[in-house]
Ligand binder design. Structure first.
Ligand SMILES: NC(=O)c1ccc[n+]([C@@H]2O[C@H](COP(=O)([O-])OP(=O)(O)OC[C@H]3O[C@@H](n4cnc5c(N)ncnc54)[C@H](OP(=O)(O)O)[C@@H]3O)[C@@H](O)[C@H]2O)c1
Length: 255
């Protein structure tokens, strides 16, 4: 079932490609903002054909204008068949998928008396359920193809817990745990599964908080480009090297 509705059309820039990863196809979720947008940009500049996904069509349109060979589709990743439809669309457009970088996510935190449980559960659906669905779609496809890379942007909160952030940390722990098991299942194959776990990054993730964590914690966050650089490096490492987990923190981030 196809459930990508908002712009049920794929948009594609058909310019020439000319860089290191020419011919490879990357599916990037969360590409309308922050880390995902930086990853899509970095991969596009490295020569990947990028299928960019997010809900905000205008952002994706602007991104695609800057990148040769970038297609985009807007829609919600939560919902019956949404991940399946996205993956199928990428295959229809490009004929193959070499890597999936899953950057879609949200952050909802709060004390017991204040937390919005519906918002918390919506976060579980995008951070965990969509990540799980994309994982199995990608891995089954990579098994048929014989190779592929799957990278989830998790969080340092996939290893740590703090008050008010248990729900968010739980969503990230779950993805880390899944990927750790899958790494073992796939150890003798050419399929690599990785998690990149940043500390604080300056994006729109914390836009609903009254005070940005960089102020409460007195740290200068990483930039989305820092994370994108790490993702590209992981993808470009020789295939006999597997980097299952990468934690990256800004200077001064004590956790
Ligand atoms: N910023 C940090 O400090 C930090 C640290 C560690 C880990 N992370 C993780 O990094 C990932 C990217 O976050 P970010 O910091 O780049 O935040 P961001 O700027 O808010 O980007 C989040 C992205 O997820 C997409 N998204 C959210 N809900 C969606 C849904 N239901 N369906 C489809 N797309 C959806 C958003 O697109 P639309 O709004 O257009 O749908 C947007 O592109 C998240 O998993 C986050 O947990 C962030």
């Amino acid at each position: 079932m196809r459930v990508i509705r908002e712009e049920d059309t794929v948009h594609r820039d058909t310019g020439d490609m000319h860089a290191a990863e020419e011919g490879k196809v990357a599916l990037v979720t969360g590409a309308s903002s922050g880390i995902g947008m930086a990853v899509a940009d970095a991969l596009g500049r490295a020569g990947y054909q990028v299928m960019a996904h997010g809900r905000r069509a205008e952002r994706l349109r602007e991104l695609a204008k800057k990148l040769d060979g970038c297609a985009w589709i807007a829609g919600d990743l939560i919902g019956d068949g949404a991940c399946e439809a996205l993956f199928e669309t990428a295959l229809e457009q490009f004929g193959r998928v070499d890597c999936v970088v899953n950057c879609a996510g949200k952050n909802h935190v709060g004390m017991i008396g204040e937390v919005d449980v519906d918002a918390l559960c919506e976060m579980v659906r995008i951070n965990t359920e969509a990540a799980f669905r994309l994982t199995y779609l990608a891995l089954k496809y990579f098994q048929e193809q014989g190779a592929g890379d799957l990278i989830h942007v998790t969080s340092v909160m996939g290893y740590k817990v703090r008050e008010t952030g248990g729900g968010y940390a739980g969503t990230k722990h779950a993805v880390e745990a899944l990927c750790e098991a899958l790494r073992m299942e796939l150890a003798r194959t050419d399929i690599r599964v990785s998690c990149v776990a940043p500390g604080l990054v300056r994006t729109e993730l914390h836009r609903d908080l009254p005070v940005h964590p960089s102020i409460t914690r007195n740290i200068e966050p990483l930039s989305p480009c820092d994370v994108a650089t790490a993702v590209l490096w992981m993808l470009q490492t020789p295939r006999q090297i597997n980097i299952p987990q990468l934690v990256m923190l800004p200077k001064g981030h004590v956790i």
